[in-house]
Design a protein around this ligand. Structure first.
Ligand SMILES: Nc1ncnc2c1ncn2[C@@H]1O[C@H](COP(=O)(O)OP(=O)(O)OP(=O)(O)O)[C@@H](O)[C@H]1O
Ligand SMILES: [Mg+2]
Length: 475
């Protein structure tokens, strides 16, 4: 238990869990607390900031008190996560000034909010000095930004000078944080004794488990990659295959359960048909036909894939990239003659880049001239990959919401190639053969589904912030 005495002389008895306690007592210059979601990282940052501000006021009338900064990627994230709680916790001992985004403590200490969403924001930290810096969700920031922010942790005074990071696996800063704190691989002037790491687990936070067991249930039911990262706090998960949840189980073809790959089945006339396209000028194009059945299952039943370089024999004219007219005439021909597609209404969804005009007609105009129509696909990448993952989830009866015929051999070949981007670990590595993945993503984004288990609504009872403990207004 830690006791914090406010100016109103009300005593707050707060109970950090064991990991939070270790974080609070860390004496290394850089300390990271990370891993699973919901472990209590943001909570401990609030408490530490207030305790440090209360402890290190101005030593005399001519000096300032401790300067503390809490940083997140956006101000919106920061205010949502911390502002109200901090206002309540510092009632009577500090005043918040919205213009400066700063809490001014009566003893001369300050807690400043700051954000870093781009290179310009990061440059603003040059020349600024803070004694203590908390970088919340550090993996959401790029390595260069984190370094610039950490460089502003200095001051000519007797106060402690430390940088505290909280983080979940994933995000642009994943590789940097993992190297320093998890793998402990040091470069240049980085000294091992300056870095310490506390692994967070959701199970550390008994209060969350008690008040919101559905949150833990939600984490347990996420697609495997995200679950391993968010529930177990696994830092290695973003190194392997991009869709580990994809199951190709030939034994299960017959019943179509617990497998994503199936033998061809008849495509019924009442199912909605989509045609996806990803177009690359000097790279492969990918076309795929998908049916959505009455149970909202997406079935990928036909493909047309071209690649300039591969020279694979399985695909006609593979040695040379087709000009757009040739591709769209071929699509028209297929859709006029294929027994499944003939006479059907087909919804085309394509890479939005094909709608760009550069002096002449766009690729989409050329498609239209050949009688092939598309709507621009939604190219939001991470949300799109999440949709692909949601589609791969199996329900309790073993039914997934995406299946592919075993005749779509290019899709199946490429599925084995797709990996995480080592620099931007949540994303798929775009240096790989990813056109089929992009095409599939556009079609998924045109048919949004929800996760099988949804994230619970925020519950004000979660966690019982210390405000509640002295009969305050509730967290
Ligand atoms: N020691 C504690 N005492 C009381 N409540 C706590 C404690 N630790 C955490 N909580 C509460 O548990 C809930 C989850 O904690 P918190 O938001 O700090 O987790 P987090 O690790 O930051 O989660 P995320 O990874 O999603 O950012 C919050 O409601 C928080 O107030
Ligand atoms: Mg948090």
């Amino acid at each position: 238990m830690v006791t914090l005495l406010s100016n109103t002389q009300q005593e707050m008895n707060i109970y950090p869990n064991a990991k939070q306690f270790r974080f609070m007592n860390s004496t290394t210059r850089h300390t990271a607390y990370g891993g699973a979601r919901g472990g209590g990282k943001s909570w401990v940052i609030r408490i530490m900031a207030i305790m440090l501000a209360s402890m290190y006021g101005a030593p005399d009338a001519w000096s300032a008190g401790i300067r503390i900064c809490i940083i997140r990627r956006t101000l919106q994230d920061l205010t949502k996560n911390h502002l109200e709680a901090l206002k309540l916790l510092t009632k009577g001992i500090a005043k918040y000034n919205a213009n400066d985004k700063c809490f001014y403590f009566r003893n001369g200490a300050i807690i400043q909010f700051a954000y870093c969403d781009n290179d310009n924001d990061a440059d603003h930290f040059q020349g600024i000095e803070y004694d203590i810096i908390f970088i919340e969700e550090a993996t959401q920031l790029k390595e260069e930004w984190i370094k610039k922010i950490a460089a502003s942790c200095r001051g000519v005074n007797e106060f402690p000078h430390r940088v505290f990071y909280t983080c979940n696996p994933g995000g642009p800063g994943h590789a940097y944080i993992k190297r320093l704190f998890v793998d402990r691989i040091f470069q240049g002037n980085e000294k091992p004794e300056d870095y310490s790491f506390i692994q967070a687990k959701v199970t550390d936070n008994k209060i969350l488990q008690q008040y919101s067991p559905e949150y833990v249930n939600f984490l347990e039911n996420l697609p495997p990659t995200i679950r391993k990262a968010w529930l177990e706090g696994d830092w290695n998960i973003f190194q392997g295959s991009y869709f580990p949840e994809f199951v190709n189980a030939p034994d299960h073809y017959e019943d179509g359960l617990w497998t994503h790959v199936i033998d061809p089945i008849p495509i019924r006339r009442n199912w909605t048909i989509y045609r996806g396209l990803d177009w690359g000028h000097y790279r492969p194009y990918s076309v795929g036909w998908f049916a959505i059945n009455e149970f909202e299952t997406m079935i990928h039943f036909k493909e047309l894939y071209g690649c300039q370089k591969s020279g694979r024999e399985s695909i006609p004219d593979m040695g040379v990239q087709w000009p757009p007219e040739q591709l769209f005439r071929t699509i028209r021909e297929i859709e006029d003659n294929d027994p499944v597609l003939k006479g059907r209404k087909i919804i085309g969804v394509a890479d939005p880049a094909i709608f760009k005009t550069q002096g002449g007609p766009s690729i989409a105009d050329t498609a239209m001239d050949c009688g092939v129509y598309f709507q621009p696909g939604d190219n939001t990448r991470l949300a799109g990959w999440m949709q692909c993952r949601y589609r791969l989830q199996f329900n309790e009866y073993g039914r997934p919401r995406f299946q592919v015929f075993n005749t779509c051999t290019e899709f199946l070949r490429c599925m084995n190639l797709w990996m995480h981007d080592p620099k931007n670990v949540e994303d798929l590595d775009t240096t790989l053969e990813d056109h089929i993945a992009d095409m599939w993503r556009y079609v998924c984004m045109a048919n949004i589904v929800k996760a099988l288990v949804e994230e619970p609504e925020y519950n004000p009872m979660w966690g019982m912030d210390p405000l509640n403990m002295f009969g305050g207004q509730g967290a």
